[in-house]
Design a protein around this ligand. Structure first.
Ligand code: GLV
Ligand code: MN
Ligand code: MN
Ligand code: MN
Length: 419
């Protein structure tokens, strides 16, 4: 934990708290589900509607909004400096039955910060820019971090991106305002980004337990996502003797447990099978095929790599044992990263100057910031999550804490842009 002796100051910009909270509440309507949360998978209808809504909010504030070929929404001041961008933002999409804050909060706060900076008659040497990244979660199309990877030029094989029903991404991307044929144009030139700042809910219990309103993020966990396809033989559940089966479902169950065991045995920090799609998914039919995801996370790239190798070996053993075939293909890799030390100081100082206690915290969740780290120094600000809960409808952070986080983002951005 860091404690700063900086005195509280009264000058400098502050967010319009009620406006920020109102924007957040309005955004939560897009994809609102019957469990009080939000289902807004990237490239779905609600995602496209939310993007359109935000464009309206930006334009109403006299800002210029544009959607890039990857579907990212980029908002700028109309009159700009020639300096590098101070990029701020997060993602607009959510997991299925997620909360209203994961991603959306950082987007809305970045828009608010940009609105305040644009409204001040003050010369800036860095240009503040808001971004709402597309498909950070990968809830429908498993290529998580799609938008930030396009912006940093790291999107691999975008044409091969399909959803679980093998629908190609081109059509849904077009509906989001993007264009697969021009996707390379979404990449920003080297040196055009001075820094990237992302404000996000913690999604874990550390800040709440410590009673500290602001987290200065030190590192972001690395993550590899695989898609596995188990192929067995479809058959009759009543007549096929047990010794004649090649049951894709029972095989998938072994894979699920093997993935869990990787983390339980300490090969990596956490390991999860979160999605499983058996075919035909009928009670009296032996499944012929199962598609499932397997994701591994660790803060050490070497351990993550070794865990990948171990997973492959385990899967091969299971295939041999069960007489099935199992394909294991990586669909997304995000390396673990450290945040920039200078930006950590800027964020901590902004918090202290606002009278907000702050401490360092590591992120076990993935963020677009870790992708942006290849293009620019990154900084991340966390606010507490009630009960540490996220990726669930119960996700919650108090209004005062949400506004406080917005103020820290704005103040840090202001300091950087005035350089
Ligand atoms: C990335 O979005 C994650 O699930 O942590
Ligand atoms: Mn998330
Ligand atoms: Mn998120
Ligand atoms: Mn995420």
């Amino acid at each position: 934990a860091t404690k700063s002796r900086t005195r509280v100051v009264t000058d400098g910009p502050r967010v319009d708290g009620p406006r920020l909270l109102r924007d957040l509440a309005e955004l939560a309507r897009f994809g609102a589900d019957d469990r009080g949360g939000v289902s807004r998978p990237g490239f779905g209808r609600a995602d496209a509607d939310a993007r359109r809504h935000l464009i309206g909010r930006a334009e109403a504030a006299g800002l210029a909004a544009a959607v890039d070929p990857a579907g990212n929404l980029v908002v700028r001041r109309r009159r700009r400096t020639a300096g590098p961008a101070l990029l701020m933002g997060s993602h607009l999409d959510s997991v299925v039955h997620g909360g209203r804050l994961d991603g959306a909060y950082g987007v809305v706060a970045a828009l608010e910060a940009l609105r305040v900076l644009a409204g001040r008659d003050e010369p800036l040497s860095w240009e503040p820019v808001m971004v709402a990244f597309t498909n950070e979660e990968g809830a429908r199309f498993p290529q998580a971090f799609w938008g930030s990877m396009a912006l940093t030029g790291e999107l691999r094989d975008p044409r091969r991106a399909v959803d679980r029903d093998d629908v190609p991404i081109a059509g849904p991307l077009r509906e989001a305002g993007g264009d697969l044929d021009r996707i390379a144009d979404a990449a920003w030139p080297d040196g055009s980004i001075g820094a990237f700042l992302e404000l996000h809910i913690e999604q874990g219990p550390v800040l709440e337990r410590a009673g500290v309103p602001i987290g200065v993020v030190t590192s972001i966990v690395g993550r590899t996502l695989f898609e596995a396809r188990v192929r067995g033989r479809q058959g009759h559940a009543g007549t096929t003797p047990m010794d004649m089966r090649r049951d894709a479902m029972a095989t998938a169950a072994r894979v699920v447990l093997a993935v869990e065991e990787l983390a339980r045995s300490g090969a990596c920090r956490v390991a999860t099978v979160g999605a499983l799609n058996p075919e035909p998914n009928v009670p009296n039919v032996i499944a012929g095929q199962v598609r499932l995801t397997a994701e591994l996370r660790d803060t050490d790239p070497a351990r993550l790599g070794a865990a990948e190798v171990a997973l492959r070996a385990a899967v091969d053993r299971i295939a041999t044992l069960t007489g099935t075939t199992i394909e294991l293909a990586p669909v997304m890799r995000a390396t673990p990263v450290a945040t920039d030390a200078g930006l950590r100081r800027v964020i901590a100082r902004a918090g202290s100057e606002l009278g907000l206690p702050n401490r360092t915290v590591a992120s076990g969740a993935g963020h677009d910031a870790q992708i942006m780290a290849s293009a620019a120094p990154i900084g991340m600000i966390f606010v507490p999550s009630a009960g540490g809960v996220s990726h669930a409808p119960e996700e919650h952070t108090g209004d005062r804490e949400l506004v406080a986080g917005g103020d820290v983002l704005l103040r840090a951005a202001w300091e950087l842009c005035r350089l």
